[in-house]
Design a binder for this molecule. Sequence first.
Ligand code: MV4
Length: 504
Amino acid sequence: MFKKILIANRGEIACRVIRACRDMKIKTVAVYSEADKDALHVRMADEAYFIGAPPSNESYLRREKIIEVAKKSGAEAIHPGYGFLSENAEFVREVTKEGITFIGPSPEAMEAMGGKISARKIAIKAGVPVVPGTTEPLKSAEDALNPAKEFGFPVMLKASAGGGGKGMRFVENEQDLKNAFEAAKSEALASFGDSAVYIEKAIVRPRHIEIQIFSDKHSNYVHLGERECSIQRRHQKVIEECPSPINDAALRQEMGECAIKVAKAVDYVGAGTVEFLVSDLDKSFYFLEMNTRLQVEHPVTELVTGIDLVREQILVADGAELSFLQEDISWENHAIECRVYAEDSENNFLPSPGKITRLRVPQGNGVRDDGGIYEGAEVTIYYDPMISKLAVQGRNRQEAIDRLRRALREYEVGGIKTTLPFFREIVEDEEFIAGKLDTGFIERFNERKKVKELTEKQIDLALIAAVLAFNDRQESTTEEKKQSTHQLSRWAQSGRLALLENRL
Ligand code: MV4
């Protein structure tokens, strides 16, 4: 077994991996940027190495620097967490070339699943249902017309390299098709450097349900059931749960078998997630994409199945057979997770960086909090502003919701704004309680609450204001800087004021 592992990540997931290593008596090596010198993961690890300036591409994305630290510290394996280098096939090749084990799938599996068009082709070949659509990029808007007529409107245009809703367009009729195609294409090119766009039939108010799969280097494949992730805001997951309120044992088994077929098609090794869209009408499901990493929301699967997914990743990377069989897994309990962000949910989810002056994390029966912060720590603007994942477990959904309400009441974060007030409202919401979860949930919730979402332009302006205000606070050390940032401060303040007054 590995004696030392480097964690090429930060925040709560770095802490999560360090904890699993400690359980297994494996030494840990952290890496950190200038902005993270006092971060929790640095304090928790056995050793920590500085890797560069705050922007990710000058620190957490520096492949050569991270590999250099692994060699210098004597780490035999690298755990990438999620985001950053976790799905970078080139990094896997470079790590492997140095005789270091990458804790994750092969670069070939990553590349096969990296593009949506390529992933669709693989799923079709494996006999797994995909949303009706094309398997080649569209050359022109005219190219989209025939398939659109064949499947019937509404349709979705999607970027092959897409993610986070970028390069995606919902098209209701023929007249809108040309403009939507051009917009999707240029957005795809600008966001991913790849303009390939394809067309799919739009599924009306689908659920987003994903299956956790696991495999080892000995061709054993299992699934660990589903996670319901339909509650999303601007294509970011907000709440996830296991099991899904609409999954029964039969649907779970059917989806689980399909997920395993996809994984087998690329000789997948380790933890992976296969995403599906599910229609509430007839419970038909369609393959969407496969994520070749450990996911943010993995704790709900752990709370229900009792399997430690990070421990299993490490064992499998070391060549062990899976520590459990498919028939050992059951889904009797229920778990729900909330992603707590340093954002002001009572003011359009504006970023809220700053020092955490007070922290009281909920405790007690059925409560788990995976955090990356502590009282006195600073939340910066450089990285994803998720500060913790609050997860609860109960024997059934109602018990889980009761414990979630209790935990949200106990949770106190001072000094910055968070999304906790938003969750306190959601757990009292009638549709949430009824399990009526689909992609339109947040929109309907906002309507019930009479919340008006900002436009993209307003959000951009708000972000600029927040960044300016943050820089101002960071840089006002020397007199000279004070002079120059004084102007910025006034900009930032007027930007904020405009927002508060709803003038943007
Ligand atoms: C769809 C869809 C309807 N029909 N595809 C895919 C990526 C995800 N971020 C949004 N995606 C969707 N793909 C077809 N063919 C609806 C969505 C969708 C969505 C999916 C899950 C959760 C929230 C969503 C919000 C808007 C759109």
